[in-house]
Design a protein around this ligand. Structure first.
Ligand code: SAM
Length: 286
């Protein structure tokens, strides 16, 4: 195991640059000073980063490095760094590598003895979590859920038992579908939509998953993060009403009685006979 301080020694170093997620004032003086010193800027989208750099009057050659060419672009960046050139990497917004390209570049650099540093800045996930009012002592970052409904439901079922606060990225055209999938799998937990963070129309909408799913979709424009309370059931015990609500979601989702009972029993970790009794009381005659 070799050790070398990041800003001493002779090994080359790649800078990751966190960029604003909406408000250009969040470009830090430190990021700008590193960018003014660099020889090349590698970027997820050279056109978007070109506009950002033009705003700050920084004119450097760009290297395109996105999810479809990250291997080849890494090789080019590594060879420039090894030849003594300075290179920075930025994605379109926030931190590279967080639901953005850069992770393979970082891994490839490390394999080649290149050190990694960062100029810190905003990330939508952390901004949303900090303002959510939900437990921020432990959290789980999921990023984007699968677009395909069956895969999304499976993934959410996997997450249902997690006690940590859950953080999701979502796009406006899928937000309602995602919230409906969440209601069916996670139950009606507390949740927050953090919309247009750091921008003029920033908004936090706090409620439960079902309440949020009923919001008119046309009022949910722009970029957004969903923060969902972790599974608190183990700590406080489930009420019959909560089990009935989960059963209703499963039935509305199209499952037959037996399947719905099995799904609720598994997702909520409740004995099948208890779920069955609640099913008989609440739904058998409908
Ligand atoms: N690398 C970024 C980061 O560190 O936050 C995330 C990039 S990911 C491709 C884009 C997603 O991040 C959006 O779909 C949205 O879920 C979230 N996001 C980015 N900017 C946002 C903002 N200003 N307000 C709310 N969510 C935002």
């Amino acid at each position: 195991m070799e050790r070398e301080l990041n800003f001493e020694g002779t090994s080359p170093l790649l800078y990751l640059i966190a960029t604003p997620i909406g408000n250009l004032d969040e470009m830090t003086p430190r990021a700008l000073s590193v960018l003014r010193e660099t020889d090349y800027i590698a970027a997820e989208d050279t056109r978007n980063s070109g506009k950002l750099m033009a705003f700050f009057k920084i004119d450097k050659p760009f290297i395109s490095c996105h999810e479809h060419n990250e291997e080849e672009a890494s090789a080019k960046i590594i060879s420039l760094l090894k030849s003594g050139k300075k290179v920075c990497y930025m994605s379109d917004a926030g931190y590279p590598t967080l639901s953005d390209p850069g992770q393979r570049l970082v891994a490839n650099c490390l394999e080649n003895g290149i050190k990694i540093s960062v100029t810190s800045g905003p990330s939508a996930a952390i901004d949303a979590l900090a303002c959510s009012g939900l437990d921020s002592s432990h959290f789980y970052f999921e990023g984007f859920l699968p677009a395909k409904e069956s895969e999304r439901i499976n993934e959410l079922n996997e997450l249902a038992k997690r006690k940590e606060t859950l953080i999701f990225y979502e796009s406006p055209h899928r937000i309602t579908k995602t919230l409906i999938s969440m209601a069916a799998t996670l139950g009606d937990r507390k949740a927050v939509i953090a919309r247009e963070l750091t921008k003029a129309h920033e908004e936090f909408i706090r409620g439960t998953i079902v309440e949020l799913s009923l919001l008119p979709e046309e009022t949910l424009r722009g970029e957004m993060v969903i923060i969902v309370e972790g599974n608190k059931v183990a700590e406080r015990g489930l009420t019959d009403n909560e089990i009935a609500l989960a059963l209703r979601d499963e039935l509305e989702f199209g499952r037959k009685g037996k399947e719905a009972i099995a799904a609720v029993s598994k997702n909520m970790n409740v004995p099948k006979n208890r779920v069955y009794d609640i099913y008989l009381k609440s739904f058998k005659d409908q």
